[in-house]
Ligand binder design. Structure first.
Ligand code: CAA
Length: 256
């Protein structure tokens, strides 16, 4: 279990590396990623950052459901706060960021891809916010970042159904910038190098300005999401939804 980082010609490639759980994030993995992002933030030699997942199957299959299954509302809130810190750190990196999505990007995995500036997809990339199937709302930024990318109607449909979006649909929806069927990481690296060849100060300024493109205070929306995510851990539906996943059976929700 690790977060690997490789630096080459101004490009840092961060690899989420927990393949035995499809790169799902347990707390230790989240803390490692947060430390890695803080290190990159202060590294002036890094001009563009790629985030990808180890293995062929997954970018990241979300937050670790086994770890979350028995959380109290307070612990759920603390868990959500850590996920928010990671997504905010990723979004707030001064360098441009590219998510190279090589398989499942579900729940928190999709939310971290959403916190990047650009997203590139492999042919097998799949995106989903399946939290409602687990008895919780999304908790690491999707309610705010997904509508900004695909519009409020599409975001509502994806969040309310939890359905999976394949690479070609993701491209149509504007969820990804491009699909690279055979050579995802080389193509992501080539794009990152092209970006990294530009003025670092201009890139940082452009990124800061882009972050102001949407009116309203995103911090208010994120705070609302976080509070509701924490509260969900006081419901029967959260217990049932997560137990059902672990026991590999369909969930039966009571609405309590
Ligand atoms: N948490 C914990 N373990 C996970 C996991 C997750 N999110 N996703 C996969 N795993 C584990 C599986 O339990 C399995 O472990 P075991 O071998 O010990 O049973 C291993 O990874 C391999 O997974 P599968 O056997 O399920 O692989 P698959 O190819 O049949 O299915 C999948 C892949 C469709 C991604 C399926 O694993 C899946 O649905 N995972 C859960 C995805 C999900 O719901 N993510 C959202 C989590 S909630 C969240 O992220 C909240 C938030 O907003 C932050």
């Amino acid at each position: 279990m690790a977060v690997n980082i490789e630096r080459n010609e101004g490009v840092a490639t961060v690899t989420l590396n927990r393949p035995e759980a499809l790169n799902a994030f347990d707390v230790a993995q989240l803390e490692r990623l947060l430390a890695t992002l803080r290190e990159l933030r202060d590294d002036r030699a890094v001009r563009c950052v790629i985030v990808t997942g180890a293995g062929e199957k997954a970018f990241a299959a979300g937050a670790d459901i086994k770890e979350m299954a028995e959380l109290s509302p307070q612990a759920g809130l603390a868990h959500g706060r850590l996920g928010h810190a990671v997504a905010d750190a990723l979004e707030g990196l001064p360098q441009p960021t590219i998510a190279a999505v090589n398989g499942y990007a579900f729940g928190g995995g999709c939310e971290l891809a959403l916190a990047c500036d650009l997203r590139l997809a492999a042919a097998n990339a799949q995106f989903a916010q399946p939290e409602v199937t687990l008895g919780i709302p999304p908790g690491w930024g999707a309610t705010q970042r997904l509508p900004r990318l695909v519009g409020p109607g599409v975001a509502a449909e994806l969040i309310f159904t939890g359905r999976r979006v394949a690479a070609d649909e993701a491209l149509r929806l504007g969820l990804v910038n491009a699909i690279h069927p055979a050579r995802l990481l080389p193509e992501a690296t080539a794009l990152a190098r092209r970006i990294a060849a530009n003025s670092p100060t201009a890139l940082r300024a452009a990124k800061r300005a882009l972050s102001r493109a949407f009116a309203g205070d995103p911090a208010v929306g994120l705070a609302t999401e976080l509070a509701l995510f924490g509260q969900a851990f006081g419901t029967e539906d959260q217990r049932e939804g997560m137990r059902a996943f672990i026991e590999k059976r369909p969930a039966v929700f009571s609405g309590e």
